[in-house]
Design a protein around this ligand. Sequence first.
Ligand SMILES: [Zn+2]
Length: 424
Amino acid sequence: MKCTQAEGFSKDTLFKILDDLESKTRSLNTKARATLAGMKGADSIKPENIGYTLAGSSAAKMDPYFPFETAVDVWSRSFAALGITYRGATMNLDLVDREGKYSNGFCHWPQCAWQSATGWVPSKTNFTSLATPSAVGSGHTAIATLMHEAGHAAHFANVVQRSPLFSQERAPTSVAYAENQSMFLDSLVGDAAWMARYCRDRKGEVIPWEIIKAKIETTHDFAVFDLRRLLSVPYFEKAIYELADADVTPARLLALADEIETKIEGGPAPRPLFSVPHILSDESSAYYHGYVLAELSVQQTRAHFLKTYGTIVDNPKVGADLASVYWAPGNSEAFMDLVEKLTGKPLAADDWVGRLGETAQQVLADEKKDYDAAVAVGPKFLPGSTVDLDMRILLVDGDDVISDSSTAGLAAACTAYAQWLDAK
Ligand SMILES: [Zn+2]
């Protein structure tokens, strides 16, 4: 019911796509686990160790190039360089964690954008994340969350229809359709072309190639783990909802989680299935497949842009295509139809599977080329320059407004926010 209502297609249609992805990446997963165990020992792939094994030292080495206090400036300049605007929207950003704050980043819209009989009604967005600025990796998390949630906000600010029903976030707006936009934009943070433009330390030095290279060398062969981690959730939900009523017991459910983790992830999962909030909360249950479909579409969309334009980062043609093809229709068109319209082919596993199947050497060669080109040109807008996103941004902490772009511009609001963070 949930799949049909939100996606507009049946569970069978969904699992035809997921089964294809599962079978085409199964051997990659087995091979990656064996490789990691061979390199780092059998203990390294235990669920409690695998995150540490893979993160290793690269998070700490990258940290200085993702200063937390410049995250808003970095995000706004990179969206502006893509030609993204917000059509007069207002956005409240509440980025820092505090006691009692809801424990998941999210974005919601008390006012949806729409074209009324008397004129344009811009969206109003509230956006929250759980950053702890003093923690290692907090700047990376902040910028990735900003690119993601502000990607949702860009999407919903640019739905141009004659009713607000087309730009609201619930069914028939599909999760896959919504996540496609935010995940496409947050994917840029992992690109050498993006890092070479936007990742600078507090002295303004660009992130060195050696750090990006080390990250690719230590993570590329294991990227399939992320895919399998995503896939295990919808397979678990399918198995739960297909249980006979008499079998819905705590013992059977716990055993079922173990079975699915072993079948899909190759062993006990580093993120146990029962810790995934979507499984436990009725409003978010049976839609996690949306993230898998969205990532399929992100990979297909990226491949399309790279083939068509050669570049994605700082390319305003990308923002224009997103706005006109993916965003303007809102939920008046189906997700899979929009993907086919933009990329010229039906949604399929090929581009994602192809990317995972490349050798680390191939990826390094491509990324090095992008890195050198990006360092040579630099970002379209330099750090601290004022860009026009056609949006009012309020940087807030709960009920307190720290700074407001309508007073002295976005660059000044970012500076005031950075000072507030420093003092805090
Ligand atoms: Zn999202």
